[in-house]
Write a protein that binds this ligand. Structure first.
Ligand SMILES: NC(=O)c1ccc[n+]([C@@H]2O[C@H](COP(=O)([O-])OP(=O)(O)OC[C@H]3O[C@@H](n4cnc5c(N)ncnc54)[C@H](OP(=O)(O)O)[C@@H]3O)[C@@H](O)[C@H]2O)c1
Length: 324
């Protein structure tokens, strides 16, 4: 393997472009190749992003021995096959969230990576940012007391043009696109898996996907987590963890500011403390460098593919109730 991980990007959409740009700041990775279902799109993307090789099929990229790690940036139900193919070709994989659209898909991908001895990470980029790592430290330290309630929200407004997020055949809707963040956050903060899940939702008339969704989860220790997501509302995103001794409020949990990320620690009887993380970095760059560190055996994965199974169990239940 070369000194730096050589990345192959699969898909040429919005987030593929963001990741390609983030690799420019990477300490441990370089852009090596991009693949599209269309050679023309791949060539155009490669030229715009300064990528040496452009492939007109995903399979061609997996066959390239000069690619060490693959970033899968296709719509949710189109993660499964490229991830399995990349693993079969011996590549390490960073797959966008959610890893799979069913629990079974996630289990299969995790098992394949284990068997092949490659690293598989799920792209919850915020979890590798120092802000969320600090959050986890605070929760684990016990300063907040017993965690009682976890609240979060992720809403945005889709435009009228076609978007994969409004396409039912591509598992569109808020649940898989942004609900996965809130479920992941709640499970991370609770430190266990929920054993009771309730949900209410509104299906869009034109789209057939969940456009408004509110979920409540109860965890075995008694913690209750609630969140709401929406794809047709004004933008909003925050998270809050409330314990018996204090709370932690994270105003921008899903995309921590690379220059100055903040959260508020509110402990009983003490003034509010603003925790600041200066120059924490671009979360996509951190994610790429984290994969390199895991590959080098320097740390345990913060966003292991195996964690996707817990998220998928919750999403499966809600999806079945909405569309089953
Ligand atoms: N971590 C984050 O912050 C973040 C943010 C946004 C999105 N995401 C995730 O990234 C994934 C992609 O989202 P996106 O916003 O980049 O989507 P997008 O702009 O629509 O791009 C998706 C790309 O996937 C490829 N593709 C393969 N099969 C496709 C199909 N059947 N229909 C449409 N495109 C297909 C296309 O590339 P080719 O035609 O070139 O093959 C397309 O450009 C999603 O799973 C999403 O959840 C993550």
């Amino acid at each position: 393997m070369a000194d730096k991980l050589r990345w192959g990007i699969v898909g040429t959409g919005g987030i593929a472009k963001t990741f390609a740009k983030a690799l420019d700041q990477s300490q441990r990775g370089v852009k090596q190749a991009v693949a599209s279902r269309s050679q023309e799109k791949a060539t155009e993307f490669a030229a715009a992003q300064g990528i040496p090789t452009a492939y007109g099929s995903y399979e061609a990229l997996f066959a390239d021995p000069a690619v060490d790690a693959v970033y899968v940036a296709t719509p949710h139900p189109c993660h499964y096959q490229p991830v399995l193919d990349a693993i079969a070709a011996g590549k390490h994989v960073l797959c966008e969230k959610p890893l799979g659209v069913t629990t079974d898909e996630c289990k299969q991908m995790v098992a394949a990576a284990e068997q092949a001895g490659v690293v598989l990470l799920e792209g919850f980029k915020q979890n590798v940012h120092p802000l969320l790592q600090r959050m986890v430290e605070i929760v684990k330290s016990g300063q907040l007391g017993t965690i009682r309630t976890i609240r979060s929200c992720f809403c945005y407004g889709l435009g009228t043009a076609y978007n994969v997020r409004g396409d039912l055949s591509l598992y569109g809707g808020g649940l898989y696109d942004v609900g996965c963040y809130c479920i992941n956050f709640s499970r991370l903060a609770a430190g266990e898996e929920p054993n009771d899940v309730s949900a209410v939702w509104t299906i869009g008339e034109g789209t057939g996907v969940d456009e408004n969704l509110a979920v409540v989860m109860r965890f075995p220790a008694g913690t209750v987590a609630l969140f709401d997501v929406g794809i047709r509302s004004a933008g909003s995103g925050y998270a809050e963890i409330l314990g018996t001794e204090g709370s932690l409020y994270v105003p921008k949990p899903w995309a921590p500011d690379p220059k100055l990320a903040e959260m508020e620690l509110r402990l009983k009887g003490k003034p509010v403390e603003t925790i600041q993380i200066a120059d924490g970095g671009n979360s996509f760059t951190l994610e790429a460098d984290h994969l390199a560190a895991v590959v080098a055996g320097e740390c345990e994965p913060l966003i292991p593919g195996s964690d996707a199974v817990g998220n998928a169990v919750v999403m499966d239940q809600i999806w079945q109730r909405m569309h089953g």
